[in-house]
Design a protein around this ligand. Sequence first.
Ligand code: PEP
Ligand code: MN
Length: 282
Amino acid sequence: MKPFKMVSTEYKSEPTRIHIPAPGGNDVIIGEGYCTMIAGPCAVESSEAYLELAVMLQHLGVHILRGGLFKPRTSPYSFKGLGQSGLDIMAEARSITGLPVITEVMDVRDLDVLYDTVDILQVGSRNMQNYSLLEELGQLDKPILLKRGLSATIEEWLLAAEYIVSGGNEQVILCERGIRTFEPYTRNTVDIGAVPLIKQLSHLPIIVDPSHATGKWEMVRPIAKAAIAAGADGLMIEVHQDPDRALSDGKQSLTPENFSRLYEQVIRLAMLEDKEVLKNKG
Ligand code: PEP
Ligand code: MN
């Protein structure tokens, strides 16, 4: 058997579909046969901006809202997110739109407070090998989005997922977000091949984040389409009303107009791939 056991297709051949209960009543499904769209700003910056964007995205048909509260920034002098105070803003967006929300957890000490409000907990690239965090998440009854580490091999990534699943939490969604290579023109190098490979090796769902994978907003739409064509079960996209003024990741953020264009094309591609694009009440 492969070194990863419970996440492997050898262990379970039937694809895992994760049900995310939505506060508005429409459960969101992530997995084979679906195309689930997660969108929102890199970071929650203010109540006004986040709520306005959340409603816009809901009307465009987004299924899950993203927003960073605890941001893992390379420089300690960069904006690190609103932390717990931003959680109330996400809670309000969740209740106004009826959509589930996802945010990154960097520290086990924040788990209790995030658990009550957040529908999916994200493990960021930098924490993919934070094994004590993964073990804690394995104890929870909450879906986890596990991003691929900055330089992680497919096997290291699946073994990180194994930490969570073997702890008892089978609700793991993998997220390809590019890996570090010798190429400096893009923030990361997208590993589109990881999508069909993961489908072969694991029953877990896999989505792609073309925003962090490229670092350039102009590349987000083409790579989003490539991801769906390669068989991804969904996308996570950064959107900001005014990318030039974003406090983080403005260069890779789409305006709502550009996001809407991307989404229209993705819906057509998803249909071609026989994927259901869940409808929200909106
Ligand atoms: C994010 O999605 O907010 C993020 C920080 O991404 P990554 O962990 O992939 O760099
Ligand atoms: Mn970001």
